[in-house]
Design a protein around this ligand. Sequence first.
Ligand SMILES: Nc1ncnc2c1ncn2[C@@H]1O[C@H](COP(=O)(O)OP(=O)(O)OP(=O)(O)O)[C@@H](O)[C@H]1O
Ligand SMILES: [Mg+2]
Length: 478
Amino acid sequence: MTVEVDVANGLPAFVVVGLPDAAVQEARERVRAAVRNSGYEFPLRRVTVNLAPAERRKEGTGFDLAIALGILRASGQLRSDVGDLCFGELALDGALRPVRGTMPRVRHAVARGIRGVVVATDNAGEAAACGVAAFGFASLRDVVEHLDGRIRVAPSAVPPRAGEPRHEVDLADIAGQETPKRALEIAAAGGHNLLFVGPPGTGKTMLSRALPSILPPLDDDEAIAASTIHSVAGLADPRHPILTARPFRAPHHTASHLALVGGGSPPRPGEVSLAHFGSLFLDEVAEFSPSVLDTLREPLEERSVTISRAGGAATYPARFLLVAAMNPCPCGRYGDPELECRCLPEQIERYRGRLSGPLLDRIDLRAHVPRVPYERLRDDGRETSTQVRHRVLAARERMRARTRARINVDLTVAEVRRHCAVDGATESLLAEAVRARRLSARGYHRVLRVARTAADLASSDRVRVEDVALALLLRVDP
Ligand SMILES: Nc1ncnc2c1ncn2[C@@H]1O[C@H](COP(=O)(O)OP(=O)(O)OP(=O)(O)O)[C@@H](O)[C@H]1O
Ligand SMILES: [Mg+2]
């Protein structure tokens, strides 16, 4: 976008045109004060600022810097023409403040051939990460001195990627739970959504939090895409704006619709987009408001969310792995062979009903997490996350070699037919399950995709009967 400034003779006035929102209109007050308090003169003439193209809505405080520079240039106080992308919010005293969304702005400009960027100091790392000469400054005055060549500053260095992340839970910390651990491994390898159901204190939260420790690292494109969303949300770390670890977002069950899927004015990405290329963990999922959970259907299906608002719609990517955990009933004992459940049948029904059918339909892996017998709490020789991660990486390698879909959850129906063929005995096992569990066609394909991932983890070219049996075992009804 371009900021044009005209300073003409006439009664003193300051007008901003070109679909500005309230924050941009307020730029007039910030810019006027910042210009004066930086030691420049604010022209006592008619100042018209045009934000072009006029039909696009302009939001936020990022235009302050360009408007101020335009006025200083038009009034001859800045001598040089400005060819760089300049943005940032001005404080009344002339300080230059960071804004959110640095990465998408800079990437947009780079695609249009702009080579230099001038921003607030705390945004310079994000800008430099986009491959431009990025200059960070603390005040309007410093920007003018730089543009007129009176001070020399070096462009910001491309910030280093943070080191390998430390994981809070390792699979070796978790006793027993062999089947839930397999479910976690399959989820990590094939990108299948996962639900843990079990009584309190059995390790559901621990298991879920171990997921990042077995996921493959972000590749460069994924890292840029995920970091861009954090930049838009204003959550980029100025020292390490490019993410190294896959995001792991764990919103509380009181989270609102807005917090989860995004929105507002100006729009902000929600948790589903902050989890892009990572995972979204919904602990105590039955405690979330059903209407909030319902909003997950669109991102789970489309892999993106569209937020409509006055002046157009914003679409944010939302390609995440969903991991959820819940108790089987309000008291948590339902289905326990030793403890008696005290809930009424209708209480249990209502509790589980909070996870609507359409949402549950999109969760391919549903693992029961039982109480761990005492003997198992002290067992040795548990596999570490590093060992499991090696298998996950090898399985992903097989997936990549097979189809354009990078993970099995994205296999099309035609690809399922081609790559998940099974023998006669396995087919009858499936037929039986479809009848007994009233699996829909979608459910049937989902079982086969999970089975394909189980086979990939076992380095098998064929989907075997045990892979299908495991996929069916890991699809209990909560
Ligand atoms: N399988 C396990 N192996 C080792 N420690 C465990 C295991 N299960 C539970 N614990 C211990 O119990 C604590 C609670 O576990 P966690 O929070 O994962 O349980 P939960 O299933 O999520 O329970 P809730 O239903 O109450 O949320 C853990 O911090 C850990 O100390
Ligand atoms: Mg828990």
